[in-house]
Design a protein around this ligand. Sequence first.
Ligand SMILES: Cc1ncc(C[n+]2csc(CCOP(=O)(O)OP(=O)(O)O)c2C)c(N)n1
Ligand SMILES: [Mg+2]
Length: 424
Amino acid sequence: MAAASFTAAKFLAPVAARSGGDRAPPLPAIGAASARPRRGAQQTRLRTALAVSSDVLAGNKAAQAAAGEPVVTREEALEVYEDMVLGRVFEDMCAQMYYRGKMFGFVHLYNGQEAVSTGFIKLLNQADCVVSTYRDHVHALSKGVPARSVMAELFGKATGCCRGQGGSMHMFSAPHNLLGGFAFIGEGIPVATGAAFAAKYRHEVLKQSSPDGLDVTLAFFGDGTCNNGQFFECLNMAQLWKLPIVFVVENNLWAIGMSHLRATSDPEIYKKGPAFGMPGVHVDGMDVLKVREVAKEAIERARRGEGPTLVECETYRFRGHSLADPDELRKPDEKSHYAARDPITALKKYIIEYNLATESELKSIEKKIDDIVEEAVEFADASPHPPRSQLLENVFADPKGFGIGPDGKYRCEDPKFTQGTAQV
Ligand SMILES: Cc1ncc(C[n+]2csc(CCOP(=O)(O)OP(=O)(O)O)c2C)c(N)n1
Ligand SMILES: [Mg+2]
Protein backbone atom coordinates (compact mmCIF):
# COMPACT_ATOMS: atom_id res chain seq x y z
CA MET A 1 0.00 0.00 0.00
CA ALA A 2 1.46 3.34 -0.98
CA ALA A 3 2.71 5.50 1.87
CA ALA A 4 1.70 8.49 -0.20
CA SER A 5 -1.95 7.72 0.42
CA PHE A 6 -1.58 9.33 3.85
CA THR A 7 -1.11 13.01 3.26
CA ALA A 8 -2.50 15.82 5.31
CA ALA A 9 -3.63 17.65 2.19
CA LYS A 10 -5.96 14.84 1.18
CA PHE A 11 -7.66 14.80 4.50
CA LEU A 12 -8.14 18.55 4.43
CA ALA A 13 -10.04 18.37 1.16
CA PRO A 14 -13.80 18.90 1.33
CA VAL A 15 -15.81 15.75 1.96
CA ALA A 16 -17.27 15.76 -1.56
CA ALA A 17 -13.80 15.82 -3.12
CA ARG A 18 -12.60 13.02 -0.87
CA SER A 19 -15.47 10.75 -1.67
CA GLY A 20 -15.39 11.28 -5.43
CA GLY A 21 -12.63 11.27 -8.03
CA ASP A 22 -11.05 8.36 -9.80
CA ARG A 23 -9.85 6.44 -6.78
CA ALA A 24 -10.82 2.82 -6.38
CA PRO A 25 -14.07 2.45 -4.44
CA PRO A 26 -13.77 1.90 -0.69
CA LEU A 27 -14.21 -1.58 0.73
CA PRO A 28 -17.85 -2.49 1.27
CA ALA A 29 -18.70 -2.14 4.96
CA ILE A 30 -19.23 -5.48 6.63
CA GLY A 31 -22.39 -4.05 8.20
CA ALA A 32 -23.16 -1.76 5.29
CA ALA A 33 -26.90 -2.15 5.08
CA SER A 34 -27.59 -0.42 8.37
CA ALA A 35 -25.05 2.38 7.93
CA ARG A 36 -27.41 4.72 6.09
CA PRO A 37 -27.62 8.30 7.36
CA ARG A 38 -30.74 9.05 9.37
CA ARG A 39 -32.48 12.31 9.96
CA GLY A 40 -32.10 14.13 13.23
CA ALA A 41 -29.37 14.66 15.75
CA GLN A 42 -27.02 11.95 14.52
CA GLN A 43 -27.08 13.05 10.90
CA THR A 44 -23.84 15.03 10.95
CA ARG A 45 -21.99 12.12 12.39
CA LEU A 46 -23.42 9.48 10.13
CA ARG A 47 -22.93 11.58 7.03
CA THR A 48 -19.30 11.86 8.06
CA ALA A 49 -19.06 8.12 8.49
CA LEU A 50 -20.32 7.46 5.02
CA ALA A 51 -18.57 10.18 3.12
CA VAL A 52 -15.14 9.89 4.64
CA SER A 53 -13.36 6.64 4.35
CA SER A 54 -9.64 6.35 4.51
CA ASP A 55 -7.66 6.45 1.30
CA VAL A 56 -5.74 3.47 2.57
CA LEU A 57 -8.76 1.39 1.67
CA ALA A 58 -8.28 2.21 -1.98
CA GLY A 59 -5.91 0.24 -4.20
CA ASN A 60 -5.26 -3.46 -3.87
CA LYS A 61 -7.73 -4.17 -1.10
CA ALA A 62 -10.56 -2.42 -2.87
CA ALA A 63 -9.69 -4.27 -6.07
CA GLN A 64 -9.74 -7.54 -4.15
CA ALA A 65 -13.13 -6.68 -2.69
CA ALA A 66 -14.46 -5.71 -6.11
CA ALA A 67 -13.25 -9.05 -7.49
CA GLY A 68 -15.19 -10.85 -4.77
CA GLU A 69 -12.06 -11.97 -2.91
CA PRO A 70 -11.75 -11.70 0.85
CA VAL A 71 -9.40 -8.97 2.10
CA VAL A 72 -7.94 -11.23 4.81
CA THR A 73 -6.55 -14.75 4.87
CA ARG A 74 -8.32 -17.51 6.77
CA GLU A 75 -5.64 -17.36 9.52
CA GLU A 76 -6.01 -13.61 9.89
CA ALA A 77 -9.81 -13.81 9.97
CA LEU A 78 -9.78 -16.50 12.65
CA GLU A 79 -7.22 -14.66 14.79
CA VAL A 80 -9.30 -11.48 14.62
CA TYR A 81 -12.53 -13.36 15.33
CA GLU A 82 -11.06 -15.13 18.34
CA ASP A 83 -9.71 -11.91 19.83
CA MET A 84 -13.03 -10.09 19.42
CA VAL A 85 -14.98 -12.98 20.95
CA LEU A 86 -12.52 -13.08 23.84
CA GLY A 87 -13.10 -9.36 24.49
CA ARG A 88 -16.88 -9.76 24.42
CA VAL A 89 -17.12 -12.92 26.53
CA PHE A 90 -14.62 -11.58 29.06
CA GLU A 91 -16.58 -8.36 29.53
CA ASP A 92 -19.91 -10.19 29.84
CA MET A 93 -18.33 -12.30 32.55
CA CYS A 94 -17.05 -9.16 34.29
CA ALA A 95 -20.61 -7.84 34.47
CA GLN A 96 -21.73 -11.06 36.14
CA MET A 97 -18.85 -11.04 38.60
CA TYR A 98 -19.34 -7.36 39.43
CA TYR A 99 -23.01 -7.87 40.26
CA ARG A 100 -22.05 -10.88 42.39
CA GLY A 101 -19.77 -8.64 44.43
CA LYS A 102 -16.49 -10.08 43.24
CA MET A 103 -15.15 -6.72 41.96
CA PHE A 104 -14.97 -3.34 43.62
CA GLY A 105 -14.88 0.25 42.42
CA PHE A 106 -15.84 1.38 38.94
CA VAL A 107 -15.81 -1.11 36.10
CA HIS A 108 -16.14 0.19 32.52
CA LEU A 109 -16.89 -2.40 29.86
CA TYR A 110 -15.86 -2.38 26.20
CA ASN A 111 -18.78 -4.27 24.57
CA GLY A 112 -19.38 -3.00 21.03
CA GLN A 113 -15.92 -1.46 20.57
CA GLU A 114 -13.99 -4.73 20.00
CA ALA A 115 -13.18 -3.99 16.35
CA VAL A 116 -10.96 -1.10 17.45
CA SER A 117 -8.87 -3.00 19.99
CA THR A 118 -8.51 -6.07 17.79
CA GLY A 119 -8.10 -4.15 14.53
CA PHE A 120 -5.14 -2.21 15.93
CA ILE A 121 -3.46 -4.22 18.66
CA LYS A 122 -3.25 -7.59 16.90
CA LEU A 123 -0.94 -5.92 14.37
CA LEU A 124 1.64 -4.96 17.01
CA ASN A 125 4.90 -6.61 18.02
CA GLN A 126 5.63 -7.46 21.62
CA ALA A 127 8.00 -4.46 21.93
CA ASP A 128 5.31 -2.01 20.78
CA CYS A 129 3.39 -0.19 23.51
CA VAL A 130 -0.28 0.29 24.27
CA VAL A 131 -1.61 3.06 26.49
CA SER A 132 -5.25 2.79 27.44
CA THR A 133 -7.92 4.44 29.57
CA TYR A 134 -10.17 3.17 32.36
CA ARG A 135 -11.94 1.06 29.65
CA ASP A 136 -8.85 -1.09 29.44
CA HIS A 137 -9.54 -4.81 29.98
CA VAL A 138 -9.90 -5.65 26.31
CA HIS A 139 -6.85 -3.64 25.24
CA ALA A 140 -4.88 -5.72 27.77
CA LEU A 141 -6.29 -8.98 26.38
CA SER A 142 -5.55 -8.01 22.77
CA LYS A 143 -1.95 -7.17 23.77
CA GLY A 144 -1.59 -10.69 25.12
CA VAL A 145 -2.03 -10.28 28.86
CA PRO A 146 -3.57 -13.63 29.89
CA ALA A 147 -7.30 -13.53 30.72
CA ARG A 148 -6.62 -15.11 34.12
CA SER A 149 -4.26 -12.33 35.19
CA VAL A 150 -6.66 -9.60 34.01
CA MET A 151 -9.53 -11.32 35.85
CA ALA A 152 -7.43 -11.79 39.00
CA GLU A 153 -6.54 -8.09 38.88
CA LEU A 154 -10.23 -7.27 38.72
CA PHE A 155 -10.83 -9.48 41.76
CA GLY A 156 -8.04 -7.58 43.58
CA LYS A 157 -5.96 -10.74 43.94
CA ALA A 158 -2.20 -11.14 44.33
CA THR A 159 -1.99 -13.09 41.05
CA GLY A 160 -3.38 -10.17 39.01
CA CYS A 161 -1.21 -8.38 36.46
CA CYS A 162 -0.63 -5.57 39.01
CA ARG A 163 -0.66 -7.92 42.02
CA GLY A 164 -4.18 -6.73 42.83
CA GLN A 165 -3.12 -3.14 43.41
CA GLY A 166 -4.43 -1.62 40.19
CA GLY A 167 -7.93 -2.96 39.69
CA SER A 168 -10.17 -2.38 36.70
CA MET A 169 -8.94 1.05 35.64
CA HIS A 170 -5.19 0.50 36.03
CA MET A 171 -4.19 -2.58 34.06
CA PHE A 172 -0.44 -2.66 33.53
CA SER A 173 1.97 -5.29 32.29
CA ALA A 174 5.63 -4.55 31.70
CA PRO A 175 6.32 -7.79 29.78
CA HIS A 176 3.50 -6.98 27.35
CA ASN A 177 4.35 -3.28 27.13
CA LEU A 178 0.88 -2.38 28.30
CA LEU A 179 1.65 0.93 29.98
CA GLY A 180 -1.72 1.39 31.73
CA GLY A 181 -4.98 1.87 32.34
CA PHE A 182 -5.52 5.51 33.41
CA ALA A 183 -8.52 6.74 35.37
CA PHE A 184 -8.11 10.42 34.57
CA ILE A 185 -9.15 11.18 31.04
CA GLY A 186 -6.28 12.32 28.81
CA GLU A 187 -3.75 11.22 31.41
CA GLY A 188 -2.43 8.42 29.23
CA ILE A 189 -1.79 10.57 26.16
CA PRO A 190 1.40 12.23 27.48
CA VAL A 191 2.59 8.86 28.80
CA ALA A 192 2.13 7.40 25.31
CA THR A 193 3.90 10.39 23.76
CA GLY A 194 6.78 9.83 26.18
CA ALA A 195 6.94 6.13 25.28
CA ALA A 196 7.08 7.08 21.59
CA PHE A 197 9.84 9.58 22.33
CA ALA A 198 11.78 6.85 24.16
CA ALA A 199 11.38 4.55 21.15
CA LYS A 200 12.74 7.22 18.82
CA TYR A 201 15.64 7.90 21.19
CA ARG A 202 16.45 4.18 21.38
CA HIS A 203 16.37 3.96 17.60
CA GLU A 204 18.20 7.13 16.60
CA VAL A 205 20.55 7.83 19.49
CA LEU A 206 21.17 4.48 21.15
CA LYS A 207 20.79 2.53 17.88
CA GLN A 208 18.91 -0.16 19.78
CA SER A 209 15.70 -0.64 17.83
CA SER A 210 14.51 -3.79 16.15
CA PRO A 211 15.49 -4.37 12.51
CA ASP A 212 12.00 -3.62 11.15
CA GLY A 213 12.13 -0.05 12.43
CA LEU A 214 10.91 1.94 15.39
CA ASP A 215 8.81 0.47 18.18
CA VAL A 216 5.34 1.94 17.88
CA THR A 217 3.01 3.22 20.60
CA LEU A 218 -0.76 3.23 20.32
CA ALA A 219 -2.63 5.74 22.51
CA PHE A 220 -6.33 4.89 22.91
CA PHE A 221 -8.83 7.41 24.25
CA GLY A 222 -12.41 8.58 23.80
CA ASP A 223 -14.22 11.38 22.01
CA GLY A 224 -14.82 13.28 25.25
CA THR A 225 -11.10 13.26 25.95
CA CYS A 226 -10.39 15.11 22.71
CA ASN A 227 -11.62 18.33 24.29
CA ASN A 228 -8.87 18.05 26.87
CA GLY A 229 -5.69 20.14 26.56
CA GLN A 230 -3.30 17.22 26.86
CA PHE A 231 -4.64 15.87 23.57
CA PHE A 232 -3.66 19.04 21.68
CA GLU A 233 -0.30 19.42 23.41
CA CYS A 234 0.66 15.88 22.54
CA LEU A 235 -0.48 16.10 18.91
CA ASN A 236 1.78 19.12 18.56
CA MET A 237 4.80 17.52 20.19
CA ALA A 238 4.37 14.19 18.41
CA GLN A 239 4.26 15.84 15.00
CA LEU A 240 7.05 18.28 15.81
CA TRP A 241 9.36 15.39 16.68
CA LYS A 242 7.86 12.89 14.20
CA LEU A 243 7.23 10.37 16.96
CA PRO A 244 6.22 6.76 16.21
CA ILE A 245 2.74 6.99 17.69
CA VAL A 246 -0.84 6.48 16.55
CA PHE A 247 -3.52 8.44 18.39
CA VAL A 248 -6.61 6.21 18.29
CA VAL A 249 -9.84 7.96 19.16
CA GLU A 250 -12.65 5.59 20.05
CA ASN A 251 -15.54 7.91 19.23
CA ASN A 252 -18.51 6.17 20.82
CA LEU A 253 -20.56 9.37 20.63
CA TRP A 254 -20.86 9.80 24.40
CA ALA A 255 -18.73 10.96 27.31
CA ILE A 256 -20.69 9.45 30.22
CA GLY A 257 -24.03 11.24 29.61
CA MET A 258 -22.72 14.06 27.42
CA SER A 259 -23.36 13.75 23.70
CA HIS A 260 -20.30 14.36 21.54
CA LEU A 261 -22.34 16.52 19.16
CA ARG A 262 -23.47 18.74 22.02
CA ALA A 263 -20.04 19.13 23.59
CA THR A 264 -17.71 19.60 20.64
CA SER A 265 -17.48 22.61 18.32
CA ASP A 266 -16.32 20.48 15.39
CA PRO A 267 -17.37 16.87 15.92
CA GLU A 268 -15.12 15.55 13.13
CA ILE A 269 -12.18 14.72 15.37
CA TYR A 270 -9.96 13.32 12.60
CA LYS A 271 -9.70 16.86 11.18
CA LYS A 272 -7.61 17.91 14.16
CA GLY A 273 -4.71 15.82 12.83
CA PRO A 274 -4.13 17.94 9.70
CA ALA A 275 -4.36 21.07 11.87
CA PHE A 276 -1.08 19.89 13.41
CA GLY A 277 0.37 18.67 10.11
CA MET A 278 -0.31 14.95 10.58
CA PRO A 279 -2.78 12.77 8.68
CA GLY A 280 -6.22 12.48 10.18
CA VAL A 281 -8.28 9.46 9.18
CA HIS A 282 -11.86 8.53 9.88
CA VAL A 283 -12.83 4.89 9.83
CA ASP A 284 -15.92 2.83 10.56
CA GLY A 285 -15.01 1.41 13.95
CA MET A 286 -17.72 -1.26 13.75
CA ASP A 287 -15.92 -2.87 10.81
CA VAL A 288 -12.81 -4.66 12.01
CA LEU A 289 -11.45 -5.21 8.52
CA LYS A 290 -11.55 -1.52 7.72
CA VAL A 291 -10.02 -0.64 11.08
CA ARG A 292 -7.29 -3.17 10.41
CA GLU A 293 -6.40 -1.66 7.05
CA VAL A 294 -6.21 1.85 8.45
CA ALA A 295 -4.25 0.60 11.46
CA LYS A 296 -1.77 -1.25 9.27
CA GLU A 297 -0.97 1.88 7.30
CA ALA A 298 -0.68 4.12 10.35
CA ILE A 299 1.49 1.64 12.27
CA GLU A 300 3.78 1.07 9.31
CA ARG A 301 4.14 4.83 8.82
CA ALA A 302 5.13 5.23 12.45
CA ARG A 303 7.56 2.30 12.23
CA ARG A 304 9.26 3.79 9.18
CA GLY A 305 9.87 7.01 11.12
CA GLU A 306 7.34 9.09 9.19
CA GLY A 307 5.56 10.26 12.32
CA PRO A 308 2.17 10.16 14.00
CA THR A 309 -1.35 9.63 12.66
CA LEU A 310 -4.66 10.54 14.23
CA VAL A 311 -7.33 7.89 13.59
CA GLU A 312 -10.94 8.47 14.58
CA CYS A 313 -12.86 5.21 14.85
CA GLU A 314 -16.62 5.62 14.84
CA THR A 315 -17.87 3.06 17.32
CA TYR A 316 -20.48 2.54 20.03
CA ARG A 317 -20.57 1.04 23.49
CA PHE A 318 -23.34 -1.48 24.01
CA ARG A 319 -23.55 -1.01 27.78
CA GLY A 320 -23.73 2.00 30.11
CA HIS A 321 -20.68 4.16 30.78
CA SER A 322 -19.79 1.93 33.74
CA LEU A 323 -21.56 -0.92 35.49
CA ALA A 324 -22.94 1.68 37.92
CA ASP A 325 -24.62 3.62 35.07
CA PRO A 326 -28.34 2.89 34.48
CA ASP A 327 -27.81 4.10 30.86
CA GLU A 328 -31.06 6.05 30.67
CA LEU A 329 -29.85 8.99 28.56
CA ARG A 330 -29.16 7.29 25.25
CA LYS A 331 -32.24 6.83 23.08
CA PRO A 332 -33.44 3.27 22.34
CA ASP A 333 -33.42 3.86 18.57
CA GLU A 334 -29.79 4.97 18.70
CA LYS A 335 -28.88 1.87 20.70
CA SER A 336 -30.72 -0.45 18.35
CA HIS A 337 -29.18 1.23 15.30
CA TYR A 338 -25.70 0.35 16.52
CA ALA A 339 -26.70 -3.02 17.97
CA ALA A 340 -27.67 -4.01 14.44
CA ARG A 341 -24.08 -3.26 13.42
CA ASP A 342 -22.51 -5.54 16.03
CA PRO A 343 -18.90 -5.91 14.82
CA ILE A 344 -18.64 -9.56 15.83
CA THR A 345 -21.84 -10.61 14.07
CA ALA A 346 -20.71 -8.70 10.98
CA LEU A 347 -17.31 -10.40 10.93
CA LYS A 348 -18.90 -13.80 11.40
CA LYS A 349 -21.15 -13.14 8.41
CA TYR A 350 -18.14 -12.06 6.33
CA ILE A 351 -16.16 -15.18 7.25
CA ILE A 352 -19.02 -17.46 6.28
CA GLU A 353 -19.85 -15.58 3.08
CA TYR A 354 -16.25 -15.77 1.88
CA ASN A 355 -15.87 -19.41 2.96
CA LEU A 356 -12.97 -18.57 5.26
CA ALA A 357 -14.31 -20.96 7.91
CA THR A 358 -17.41 -22.96 8.69
CA GLU A 359 -20.05 -22.25 11.36
CA SER A 360 -18.78 -25.19 13.37
CA GLU A 361 -15.18 -23.92 13.28
CA LEU A 362 -16.39 -20.57 14.62
CA LYS A 363 -18.43 -22.38 17.27
CA SER A 364 -15.36 -24.24 18.43
CA ILE A 365 -13.50 -20.92 18.80
CA GLU A 366 -16.42 -19.62 20.89
CA LYS A 367 -16.29 -22.75 23.04
CA LYS A 368 -12.51 -22.37 23.52
CA ILE A 369 -13.01 -18.77 24.65
CA ASP A 370 -15.83 -19.73 27.04
CA ASP A 371 -13.45 -22.23 28.63
CA ILE A 372 -10.63 -19.67 28.91
CA VAL A 373 -12.92 -17.15 30.59
CA GLU A 374 -14.42 -19.76 32.95
CA GLU A 375 -10.92 -20.84 33.91
CA ALA A 376 -9.93 -17.19 34.46
CA VAL A 377 -12.76 -16.79 36.98
CA GLU A 378 -11.85 -20.01 38.81
CA PHE A 379 -8.22 -18.93 38.94
CA ALA A 380 -9.08 -15.44 40.19
CA ASP A 381 -11.50 -16.75 42.79
CA ALA A 382 -9.03 -19.28 44.17
CA SER A 383 -6.12 -16.81 44.26
CA PRO A 384 -5.00 -15.21 47.52
CA HIS A 385 -5.50 -11.59 48.46
CA PRO A 386 -2.29 -9.53 48.52
CA PRO A 387 -0.53 -9.46 51.89
CA ARG A 388 -1.08 -6.34 54.01
CA SER A 389 2.60 -5.59 53.68
CA GLN A 390 1.93 -4.74 50.04
CA LEU A 391 -0.46 -1.94 50.93
CA LEU A 392 2.03 0.88 50.85
CA GLU A 393 4.34 -0.48 48.19
CA ASN A 394 4.54 1.85 45.20
CA VAL A 395 2.97 4.65 47.23
CA PHE A 396 6.07 6.00 49.00
CA ALA A 397 9.65 5.34 47.93
CA ASP A 398 10.27 4.38 51.55
CA PRO A 399 7.05 3.67 53.45
CA LYS A 400 8.88 3.59 56.79
CA GLY A 401 7.96 6.71 58.71
CA PHE A 402 4.80 7.20 56.66
CA GLY A 403 2.51 4.21 57.00
CA ILE A 404 4.99 1.79 58.51
CA GLY A 405 6.79 2.35 61.79
CA PRO A 406 10.42 1.45 62.51
CA ASP A 407 9.20 -1.81 64.06
CA GLY A 408 7.85 -2.77 60.63
CA LYS A 409 4.23 -2.59 61.80
CA TYR A 410 1.52 -0.46 60.27
CA ARG A 411 1.05 2.76 62.21
CA CYS A 412 -2.70 2.41 61.78
CA GLU A 413 -2.54 -0.78 63.89
CA ASP A 414 -1.31 1.18 66.92
CA PRO A 415 -4.27 1.51 69.32
CA LYS A 416 -3.44 5.18 69.85
CA PHE A 417 -3.31 5.92 66.10
CA THR A 418 -6.72 7.59 65.86
CA GLN A 419 -5.84 9.88 68.78
CA GLY A 420 -2.97 11.21 66.73
CA THR A 421 -0.55 10.35 69.51
CA ALA A 422 0.99 7.16 68.20
CA GLN A 423 4.77 7.37 68.45
CA VAL A 424 6.62 5.54 65.76
C1 LIG B 1 -9.45 14.66 34.17
C2 LIG B 1 -10.80 13.99 34.33
N1 LIG B 1 -11.92 14.75 34.31
C3 LIG B 1 -13.13 14.14 34.44
C4 LIG B 1 -13.22 12.80 34.61
C5 LIG B 1 -14.57 12.12 34.73
N2 LIG B 1 -14.84 11.31 33.55
C6 LIG B 1 -14.72 9.98 33.60
S1 LIG B 1 -15.10 9.28 32.13
C7 LIG B 1 -15.43 10.75 31.41
C8 LIG B 1 -15.91 10.82 29.99
C9 LIG B 1 -14.90 10.40 28.99
O1 LIG B 1 -15.52 10.14 27.77
P1 LIG B 1 -14.74 9.62 26.52
O2 LIG B 1 -13.40 10.23 26.46
O3 LIG B 1 -15.61 9.81 25.36
O4 LIG B 1 -14.51 8.07 26.83
P2 LIG B 1 -15.57 6.88 26.92
O5 LIG B 1 -15.96 6.73 28.36
O6 LIG B 1 -16.71 7.20 26.05
O7 LIG B 1 -14.82 5.66 26.49
C10 LIG B 1 -15.25 11.78 32.32
C11 LIG B 1 -15.48 13.21 32.01
C12 LIG B 1 -12.02 12.05 34.63
N3 LIG B 1 -12.02 10.74 34.75
N4 LIG B 1 -10.83 12.66 34.47
MG1 LIG C 1 -16.88 8.47 24.41
